[in-house]
Design a protein around this ligand. Structure first.
Ligand code: C5P
Length: 219
């Protein structure tokens, strides 16, 4: 299989995939795909009562993604909807919708279209196993449930969202279970993925470890 200039970062919720992907995109000047945000947008537009054809159209043509340092702004009709789509409610609905074949199919080509010549870092659940099987470098990033809940708690708090730790932990565990046990594109490491357990690592350490692998594979 001919390999393409993509680095995939898969793993369970709040394992640090997003931060790692942004660090890689910034350091190497490549494009970024946060595939979870597409599932969240699907949920967002479903709540607004759009049908699947309209949703596919909107995500392809009316949404603008903009990487700004360590955050990705998501704009719809010039309105920044990043915070809205990153709520736990939207996450739960996205997780439910992500089990449907028509939803996964409609997002497949949108995700592949993020790949341009300059290269791409893509994070999600099935980037290395389904969407970019032909990626040059695959990372599977994981961490203990306690550590991941702590990270998500701080992230939501920083965004000014109200959070309750026991509920958050239960939500994350439930979502992981669903993502791992669904029939379509379940969450698991690709055979050729490098597995990194970040429970006892800082974000900086995870980045340096990935950077080494990237430089070995891409240069
Ligand atoms: O990564 P994030 O938490 O934003 O993803 C929201 C939900 O979208 C996940 O819990 C998962 O169910 C779904 N998802 C998916 N495949 C991806 C990315 C996200 O099924 N590649």
């Amino acid at each position: 299989m001919k390999k393409i200039n993509v680095i995939t970062i898969d793993g369970p919720s709040a394992s640090g995939k997003g931060s790692l992907a942004k660090n890689i995109a910034n350091q190497f000047g490549i494009d970024i795909l946060d595939s979870g945000s597409l599932y969240r947008l699907y949920a967002y537009f479903t709540e607004l009562k759009f049908d699947s054809v309209e949703i596919q159209n909107k995500i392809s043509n009316e949404i603008k993604f903009e990487l700004k340092d360590m955050s990705i702004d998501i704009k719809y009709k010039s309105k920044n909807i990043s915070n809205e789509i990153r709520s736990e409610d939207i996450a739960k609905f996205a997780s439910k919708l992500s089990t449907r074949s028509e939803v996964r199919q409609s997002l497949y080509s949108i995700q592949r279209n993020f790949y341009m010549q300059k290269g791409l870092v893509a994070d999600g659940r099935d980037m290395g196993t389904v969407v970019f099987k032909d990626a040059k470098l695959k990372i599977f990033l994981t961490a203990s449930i306690e550590e991941r809940a702590k990270r998500r708690y701080l992230e939501l708090q920083n965004r000014g969202q109200e959070v309750n730790m026991p509920d958050l932990m239960a939500d994350i565990e439930q979502r992981d279970f669903k993502d791992r046990s669904r029939d379509l594109s379940p969450l698991f490491p690709a055979d050729d993925a490098h597995i990194i357990d970040s429970s006892n690592m800082s974000a900086e350490e995870v980045f340096l470890c990935t950077k080494k692998l990237y430089e070995k594979e891409f240069y």
